[in-house]
Design a protein. Structure first.
Length: 151
């Protein structure tokens, strides 16, 4: 239940930030956020990371939906006994659902965070959840998986 609340809260934050960006920043425009580090730029992304599959939003929608269902099943079954593994799944689920909502209702994903110190694609809160969740899952798998049963 706690993991579902975490995922739902992160989806809420993601959707709120996206809504505020769409409401307050004209598409393609930028506003300062963290000087010399990050600015908010309203960008519509019909693809995935680095705009791959840009013309195939429907495939990305199906993949996001299938991944979300799989992650929900894994969380409900409490697949991992260690909380770190479950939190990583909740983060990935939040990201998948956050972007799925955009694809279903808007036909694109709203991105807004643009780095100023390096050339990197514009991203959003859901993307951060997916990346952090995947990194956390790799750490969990390398450091904790199977070791809690031996203790």
């Amino acid at each position: 239940m706690l993991y579902a609340i975490l995922a739902a809260a992160l989806v809420g934050v993601d959707q709120l930030v996206k809504f505020l960006v769409r409401l307050n920043i004209p598409r393609g425009d930028s506003v300062p956020f963290l000087p010399h580090i990050l600015q908010l730029t309203y960008y519509r992304n019909t693809g995935a990371a680095f705009s791959i599959f840009e013309e195939h939003t429907w495939i990305l929608t199906l993949i996001s939906a299938a991944a979300s269902v799989l992650l929900i099943v894994l969380l409900v079954r409490k697949t991992f006994s260690h909380p770190f593994g479950m939190v990583s799944l909740a983060l990935i689920l939040a990201g998948a659902v956050g972007n799925l909502i955009d694809r279903l209702f808007l036909g694109y994903v709203t991105d807004m965070f643009q780095t100023l110190f390096m050339n990197f694609p514009v991203f959003n809160v859901a993307d951060m959840c997916i990346v952090c969740g995947c990194i956390a899952f790799c750490v969990y798998f390398l450091l904790f998986q199977g070791k809690e049963d031996k203790a």
